[in-house]
Design a protein around this ligand. Sequence first.
Ligand SMILES: Nc1nc2c(ncn2[C@@H]2O[C@H](COP(=O)(O)OP(=O)(O)OP(=O)(O)O)[C@@H](O)[C@H]2O)c(=O)[nH]1
Ligand SMILES: [Mg+2]
Ligand SMILES: [Zn+2]
Length: 352
Amino acid sequence: MPTNSASSGLLALGWDGEWAAALAALGDPTVVPARVSRVDRGMCTVMTGTADVRVATQRSMEVAVGDWLGIVPGSATEGGARIVAVLPRRCVFRRQATTNGALPQVVAANIDTVLVCDALDGPLGPRHLERFLALAWQSGATPIVVMTKSDAVPAAEAADAVRAAQAVAAEARVLVVSSATGEGIGDVAPLLVPGRTIALLGLSGAGKSTLVNLLAGSQILATGAVRKDGSGRHTTTHRELVLLGGGGILIDTPGMRALSVLGAGDGVEQAFSDIELLARGCRYSDCTHAGEHGCALAAALADGRLERGRMESWQRLTAEPASTELADARRDVAARKRRKAAKVADRRAART
Ligand SMILES: Nc1nc2c(ncn2[C@@H]2O[C@H](COP(=O)(O)OP(=O)(O)OP(=O)(O)O)[C@@H](O)[C@H]2O)c(=O)[nH]1
Ligand SMILES: [Mg+2]
Ligand SMILES: [Zn+2]
């Protein structure tokens, strides 16, 4: 059993009864919980509620920032602590498979809220914002759009960009902040609730680390100037979970490039809930919205309620087949599990 100080430390990290049940299901009383705050090649840093511990990772076990692990503590002479299990994830934000064939990577696990950060002095644009939002919805967390650097553009320009973001954000809230002047930080601060995990995502240079530092009240993370071409410098090079003194957990991530929404699935439906709703008004339930009689989307386009670009990107996303790489990966995992289960069953049968 964790001691009392360990358990209050664990609560601050988001530990709860459900996680305790998942740990108990491992059936080994020597195993204790720890949350992953940083992952490096072959090693990770975990927080136990009382200490930060470096633990070796195994190739066979994918460990991501935000994961809850079951570990067996061990002294240095015993080779240190050992990871026994990754507790089943509640939420997973994946970055999609890249064109060079790499599989989708877990960006962060067990997050409650995703702050999609978008700098007002170089906004993502609606199509990219849609992609971020679709992935965020798909992760199971609640996305919030944070338009950063409001001090860096004239008020009218900021207002236009915010309106454009609101038009694509649908159910997601849009906040406007400046880490330089503190504007809007009062809207972000209430999101910091003890035990709740918030991940910051966005392009490099969007001001994610600067915002984390401001919320933390100290310069805990490095930040960097944006290059003239606006591409940023990729100052943050690894994902990191930060426990704030006043409660709340933030995960800072390196800026992302070229996001693909292949396989974004349900996330697309939520990101485009307004169009999905409109489309229910089409006369025919199998309407392809390509000029059929009684098409509600055509009517909405005609009277300006719906923007053509937004409808086209919805059509593109919903037409996109589920990523074959993703589907293949899932099939491989399922097949491996089946083979393993069969082997265990064979061994059991052989013993009896
Ligand atoms: N004017 C202004 N500049 C800001 C603000 N927030 C951040 N910046 C500047 O923007 C640049 C990039 O900020 P970072 O916080 O490093 O951006 P990031 O999103 O963490 O970038 P990566 O780590 O590369 O993904 C830095 O020069 C910051 O000083 C802001 O509110 N206003
Ligand atoms: Mg950063
Ligand atoms: Zn239609």
